[in-house]
Design a protein around this ligand. Structure first.
Ligand code: NAD
Length: 285
């Protein structure tokens, strides 16, 4: 039997409805939520992302402000500007658009964002709360993965999960969030691939998450029958966006599967909006 498709757009729509209600309550209390994005230089990829952020914010009633800088801006100037946004009570959340020019140290600029305004959840403080199992502003994509898994209603306790990819923003936090639900979790990465043992791991997974960035790296025949399959990967192949997993073949073995596009992506954006509201609440509490 073919897997049930986990519809990220519907889940994102539900999150947005909850956000709209929260915004109304906040407005009555005189709290306005707003997101400030910082862009340095002119990366075409981040321009697309910025347009979609603005549209998503406006659709729910979150203010959106873009601050653009020339690629010659210095680390000190950027740090000072972030400091100004940190101190501005009208700013609930701050996003630093990636990529940044090579001359800037992205990690230390990200660290300059106040943890209560770090709506991407990438600061050491917010990642630390993931380790403790109590994310406040959690890393958006990792939180989206957990939301998608939860939407299946499957009891996770004692299950076996395999996380393919160990990035700071997806693979590592997803693994920690799963551990917190008592899921036995393996994390695979490039060295697993090079050793040739990736199929052995994937075959064990009752819950499989891929965040690699290599089109169709994970073969449909590796998928364990009845698995929950979450594909984070975004790859462009012959003008089409595809994931890291062979969707059509995997669908025939999994019990639940996310499509690409329309799975993790829309939920990630919705979590960003949710974090912005949470950040607005932190500012007034
Ligand atoms: P990354 O690019 O920082 O790291 C890639 C990971 O894949 C590393 O852990 C690496 O070791 C591993 N890897 C590479 N080749 C491998 C192989 N052959 N076998 C096993 N592991 C291998 O990861 P990222 O930033 O988490 O991004 C991963 C993918 O997810 C990208 O396609 C990115 O565009 C996408 N992404 C999507 C969203 C979303 O909202 N949908 C958000 C973030 C990232």
């Amino acid at each position: 039997m073919s897997a049930q498709i986990i519809d990220g757009k519907t889940i994102a729509g539900k999150i947005r409805e909850e956000i709209k209600e929260e915004i109304e309550i906040l407005k009555k209390k005189g709290t306005v939520s707003s997101l400030s994005a910082i862009q340095v230089g002119e990366d075409p990829g981040s321009a697309v992302y910025i347009r979609s952020q603005r549209k998503s914010c406006e659709a729910v009633g979150i203010g959106y402000k873009l601050h653009q800088f020339d690629s010659s801006v210095s680390q000190t100037e950027m740090t000072e500007f972030i400091g100004k946004l940190n101190g501005d009570r009208g700013v609930s959340g701050i996003i630093l658009q990636m990529p940044l020019p090579q001359a800037l140290d992205a990690r230390s600029l990200q660290a300059a964002i106040h943890r209560e305004k770090d709506v991407e959840g990438v600061s050491a403080a917010n990642m630390g709360m993931v380790v403790f199992g109590r994310p406040i502003l959690g890393p958006c994509t990792a939180m989206a993965v957990m939301k998608l898994i939860k939407s299946t209603g499957v009891n996770l306790y004692g299950r076996e999960a395999v996380m393919v990819g160990h990035s700071d923003i997806v693979g590592k936090p997803v693994a920690l969030l799963l551990l917190d639900k008592f899921v036995t979790t393996s994390v695979c990465h490039i060295a697993t691939g090079e050793r040739g043992t990736l199929p052995d791991y994937v075959k064990r997974a009752e819950i499989l998450i891929a965040a690699v960035g290599k089109a169709h790296l994970i073969k449909g025949e590796w998928i364990r029958k009845g698995a929950i399959v979450i594909d984070v990967g975004i790859n462009r192949v012959e003008g089409k966006i595809v994931g890291d997993i062979e969707f059509e073949a995997a669908k025939e073995r999994a019990s639940y599967i996310t499509p690409v596009p329309g799975g993790v992506g829309p939920v990630t954006t919705a979590i960003l909006l949710k974090n912005t509201i949470e950040a607005a609440k932190l500012r007034v509490s």
